[in-house]
Design a protein around this ligand. Structure first.
Ligand code: YH5
Length: 289
């Protein structure tokens, strides 16, 4: 292997001996069970609505479904663990019917543990192990772990984010998180990394990270989440959320070209199609394995 070649094989180990094949890019579908995602705008969230959404994402080609019960959007306030568990656990249990790996998007080890007991295969922690118990809980279940990067807390992270060298700072933070995960017993083959687009970053920081994803591949397969995020509106004259699909696809294609292997998105079918076409061209150009 060349010294600068990715150290990682293109798969992620899952509990039970399975693996997520990342020789081609895969799509992670977003399944939010937060009040702002509830169909009636409020309290009476229907499990069946979420299941219908999940079935549609599976049919559209999602390789993973990412269940989240706490909004980590800029300015969002924290949710108590008991409430977050109440939102996510019944859905994770119900998703067992789908035969797809389920990811739990949480920053709390307690919620991760409950979701893993309910059948989740992967912990998606945008804080990169801020909860000191997160790695041990993941290891206990033999689950996979995506460590993300955040500067600050969701409630305040966009106030004035600053970096000397954002790519190096995020790389070092993710490298330390990977080391901590392995020290706690998570298999290195079960790790993914995510530079955390929008998590305490301005547009210039997000663009620098997306342009330099290749660097992160030496740590673990790279996940990117840019779907509908503010970064897109900053590049598209303030475009509202419902008009950001094409921009998100553009970012996803660029990210995959630069080394990402998992794209986290609300728009699964469109992203699967776009990636299939772009990947076929990459392969024909000899640019990808
Ligand atoms: C991520 O990047 N993001 S939650 C603000 C928006 C739209 C969407 C409209 N979990 C990531 O999706 N997990 C979240 O403005 C994540 N990577 C990984 N691995 C935030 C989100 C969003 C925020």
């Amino acid at each position: 292997m060349r010294a600068d070649a990715p150290a990682r094989v293109d798969s992620v180990a899952l509990p039970g001996g399975g693996a997520l094949d990342l020789r081609a890019p895969r799509v992670m579908g977003i399944l939010n069970v937060t009040p702002d995602s509830f169909s009636d705008g409020g309290r009476h969230f229907e499990l069946s609505d979420a299941l219908a959404g999940a079935r549609a994402m599976a049919a559209a080609g999602a390789a993973i479904l990412d269940v989240g019960g706490e909004s980590t959007r800029p300015g969002a306030e924290p949710v108590p663990a008991a409430e977050e568990r109440r939102r996510v656990v019944p859905l994770v249990e119900a998703l067992a019917e789908l035969d797809l790996p389920i990811s739990i998007d949480t920053r709390k080890a307690e919620v991760a543990g409950a979701a893993l007991r309910a059948g989740a295969a992967l912990v998606n922690d945008v804080t990169g192990l801020a909860d000191p118990d997160m790695a041990a809980v993941t290891a206990e279940h033999g689950a996979a772990l995506c460590v993300g990067h955040i500067q600050g807390e969701p409630a305040t992270m966009q106030r004035d984010p600053r970096y000397d060298d954002v790519v190096s700072a995020v790389y070092e933070s993710l490298a330390r998180a990977c080391e901590r995960a392995v020290a706690a017993g998570v298999a290195s083959e079960a790790l993914l990394v995510d530079p955390g687009i929008g998590f305490g970053k301005r547009l210039e920081h997000n663009l620098a990270l997306l342009a330099n994803l290749e660097r992160f591949r030496s740590l673990a397969p790279v996940v990117i989440g840019v779907s509908r995020k503010r970064m897109l509106s900053e590049l598209l004259e303030g475009r509202p959320v419902e008009g950001r699909l094409a921009g998100g696809l553009g970012a996803a294609l660029a990210a995959v070209r630069n080394g990402a292997r998992v794209v986290r998105t609300h728009d699964v079918g469109e992203t699967v199609d776009a990636l299939r076409v772009a990947w076929a061209i990459e392969r024909a150009a000899g640019g990808a394995p």
